[in-house]
Design a binder for this molecule. Structure first.
Ligand code: FES
Length: 58
């Protein structure tokens, strides 16, 4: 069975990992021009959010 983890980075994107390998970084600030992927704009936009981790399955 695969292990899927989603890490919400402090003031940044959702990092999706599959069996410990980074799959993608999803935007959660709503400012990315490459939505749904993070393009780094969050750092310039002043986006603030707490960090957290979710284990979807393992
Ligand atoms: S979280 Fe990085 S651009 Fe939105």
């Amino acid at each position: 069975m695969v292990k899927v983890t989603i890490n919400a980075k402090e003031n940044g994107p959702l990092i999706v990992e599959l069996d410990g390998e980074r799959l993608c970084a999803l935007c959660r600030c709503g400012k990315s021009e490459k939505s749904p992927n993070c393009d780094g704009t969050h750092a310039k936009s002043g986006f603030k959010a707490e960090a957290s981790e979710i284990k979807v399955c393992d």
